[in-house]
Design a protein around this ligand. Structure first.
Ligand code: PBG
Length: 323
């Protein structure tokens, strides 16, 4: 045999020398859940090791994470049912839990990169990402609400706003409103190809944000489709997005690769709550090696073409020095 691929695998020095994909803390975005109250930290039952933090605890958590080398955080609020309404007014109310959290984190850690989630669901009494009228999700009427929310996030100090709602035209609409109000430097990370997925289950437990009726299939994408992702990516690019995100990650590695091959914007991938829960549950049962499985998943997402990875594993990976 002239060609023996195994020669390049014969020692760890050579294996490391020919390794194509590298992961570093700089690739990670760590999602954090926020809850109202004081000195409060409640674990998400379906996401072992992941907590909802009151703002005081959140600041400690961010500090711990920064000391481990994490620098980018995506914040998500758990909103009390009594504050939800049809128009998600809580999402831009001055002094709201979420806006306070953004500005407090920014005040204590100006060097941290704060990413905020733009969508109505955590604040909506319907539990949908858009405005609901007679069972329908209204697209254009939702845009103004999303833009108010994004502007409030920018005013509170967000570095990047991330619309996760999948309404048509929201990237351009939000870009315009941010620019008109002096926030041309606030970035947009678009959830470009967000699929109607079963893997968001634990996240909806964390935020108590599941739809009260119906599903999200009229706005989130059909898992069977690839080509629609190209349309979405083209629109987001034209409308001024700075990042294109694919979500979930694991069942959609082909979509990550497709966008990477066809667009020049950086690609982010969201390794979602259900993907985290799968690994945690099997590791707890002793069914797989958690460290190896986690690193294999994260490396696979990088290899497919994602530069930024939103992942609940980020803190543990760094704390346990798995990199
Ligand atoms: C809501 C939103 C969701 C996630 C991020 N933003 C859930 C949904 O669309 O129902 C899911 C994240 C995860 O599962 O980890 N706009």
């Amino acid at each position: 045999m002239l060609i023996r691929p195994r020669r390049n695998r014969k020692s760890s020095v050579i294996r490391d020398m020919v390794q194509e994909t590298q992961l570093s803390a700089a690739n990670f975005i760590f999602p954090l859940f926020i809850i109202d109250g004081n000195n409060l930290q409640t674990e998400v039952a379906s996401m072992p090791g992941i907590y909802r933090y009151s703002i005081d605890r959140l600041l400690h958590e961010v500090e711990t994470c920064m000391n481990l080398g994490l620098r980018a955080f995506d914040l998500f609020p758990n909103i009390d049912e009594s504050r939800k309404d049809k128009y998600a007014t809580e999402s831009y109310r001055e002094g709201s839990l979420y806006l306070r959290a953004i500005s407090e984190v920014k005040r204590h850690f100006p060097e941290a990169c704060i990413i905020t989630d733009v969508a109505m669901d955590p604040y909506s009494s319907d539990g949908h990402d858009g405005l609901v009228e007679k069972g329908e999700i209204l697209n254009d009427e939702t845009l103004a609400i999303l833009a108010k929310m994004a502007l409030a996030h920018a005013q509170a100090g967000a570095d990047i706003v991330a619309p996760s709602d999948m309404m048509d035209g929201r990237i351009g609409y939000i870009r315009n409103v941010l620019d008109e109000n002096g926030f041309a430097n606030v970035s947009l990370m678009s959830y470009t190809a967000k699929y109607a997925s079963a893997f968001y289950g634990p996240f909806r437990d964390a935020l108590n944000s599941a739809p009260k009726h119906g599903d999200k299939k009229t706005y989130q994408m059909n898992p069977a489709n690839q080509r629609e992702a190209l349309i979405e990516a083209e629109l987001d690019t034209q409308e001024g997005a700075d990042f294109l995100m694919v979500k979930p990650a694991l069942a959609y590695l082909d979509i990550i690769k497709l966008l990477k091959d066809n667009f020049d914007l950086p690609i982010a991938a969201y390794n979602v709550s259900g993907e985290y829960a799968m690994i945690k549950a099997s590791a707890r049962n002793g069914w797989l090696d958690e460290q190896r499985a986690t690193m294999e998943v994260l490396t696979g997402i990088r290899r497919a073409g994602a530069t930024a990875i939103l992942t609940y594993h980020a803190k543990e990976v760094l704390a346990k020095k798995w990199l």
